[in-house]
Design a protein around this ligand. Structure first.
Ligand code: NAI
Ligand code: MG
Length: 335
């Protein structure tokens, strides 16, 4: 079976880490065909649009995309390309694993293995009702929580637990203060949890959750939470296990899924061969799981761990003196 995926090489370090990632995927014989599509600055220059219709069509057709980071120009009234993609394809689940790796600069070189499942379409990021009073002194916006939005994200988290043999889901909220919005999320989460008696459900208030994560991250398995809390918590978790160079994310909807690195275009190191390709490679591993190729996904993750263990060609963010290509070659030789 040959599956075609949309590949977006992106801006800044994007092309470097994408070439590295495709090099490793090719070495694994995963049977994927790549349909290249542009977005971001590259697309703006050639088509006048940040997110050309041809790129949207490609994702719609293939239903799976692997995407490098993109630059949304500041000013000029451009809305974030990533937010736009999430909205247009209703990519409601943002799934961000954080796992300990050897030989990173992490405080937790072992023991952490958790996944943040972040609601990706509503909450404080619904972008509704953004207003500034005429005197410029009062700003308001709407935080919107719906039963449908809460139910599908919590269900996603519990189904993920079942599918991956995980045992515990922690619902993170602030229902004690945000009584309507976080309150509805917690109420719906309890209803859904009751349908999964085989999975332990914990509840944790978000501020306490942050402290617990820093003190004892080993106690967490799957975290499910609303948009803003999930954005912050998932970066915190990336920091626990070695930083942005090792943090992947999946944006999953009913009709499409986009896999990426959590980090941005890193303009400070772009074009220098210093970028760590692991975040995008781990995003590719999530994609292989999604495509029903879990053995390949595992093999890819194991090759990354083995390369880190051997300290073979590590990039400067990991304390090495290797470059992006050499690191990718070292991983490819182990898949
Ligand atoms: P950034 O993630 O690009 O960089 C933050 C720091 O981490 C920099 O020092 C960078 O060198 C380092 N870093 C990031 N990825 C790395 C890697 N793979 N290997 C080694 N070091 C790495 O965040 P920043 O600087 O806030 O944003 C830069 C641009 O990226 C902005 O235009 C922003 O809009 C865009 N961005 C795009 C995202 C996406 O498309 N998914 C996500 C976040 C930001
Ligand atoms: Mg973020």
């Amino acid at each position: 079976m040959t599956q075609t995926i949309t590949v977006i090489r992106g801006d800044g370090i994007g092309p470097e880490i994408m070439d590295a990632t495709l090099h490793v995927l090719d070495a694994m014989d995963v049977g994927l065909q790549y349909e290249f599509a542009d977005a971001g600055l590259v697309a703006l220059e050639t088509t006048g649009e940040l997110l050309p219709a041809a790129t949207m069509d490609s994702i719609r057709r293939n239903r799976v995309a692997l995407k490098s980071p993109l630059t949304t120009p500041v000013g000029g009234g451009f809305s974030s390309i990533n937010v736009e993609l999430r909205k247009r394809f209703d990519l409601y689940a943002n799934v961000r694993p954080a796992k300990s790796f050897p030989n990173t600069r992490s405080r937790f070189p072992s023991g952490v293995d958790l996944i943040t499942v972040r609601e990706n379409t509503e909450g404080a990021y619904s972008a509704e009702g953004q207003e500034l009073s005429p005197d410029g002194d009062t700003a308001t916006s709407i935080t919107k929580t719906t039963r449908r939005g809460s139910e599908r994200i919590v269900r996603y988290a519990f189904d993920l637990a079942r599918r991956t043999g995980r045992k515990q889901v922690t619902v993170v909220h602030k229902a004690n203060i945000l009584k309507s919005t976080s309150g509805l999320f917690l109420k719906v989460a309890r209803e859904v949890a009751a349908q999964y008696p085989d999975i332990q459900c914990n509840e944790l208030i978000v501020d306490n959750c942050c402290m617990q994560l820093v003190m004892r991250p080993e106690q967490f398995d799957i975290i499910v939470t609303t948009n803003l809390f999930g954005d912050i918590i998932s970066d915190l978790c990336a920091g626990l296990v070695g930083g942005l160079g090792l943090a992947p994310g999946a944006n999953i909807g009913t009709d499409a899924a986009i896999f990426e690195a959590v980090h941005g275009t890193a303009p400070d190191i772009a074009g220098q061969g210093k970028a760590n390709p692991c975040a995008l490679l781990l995003g590719a591993a999530q994609m292989l799981d999604h495509l029903g190729l879990p053995e390949k996904a595992t093999r890819l993750r194991e090759a990354i761990v083995a390369t880190l263990e051997a300290k073979d060609s590590l990039t400067p963010d990991l304390g090495g003196s290797g470059n992006t290509q050499a690191f990718a070659k070292a991983i490819a030789s182990r898949v």
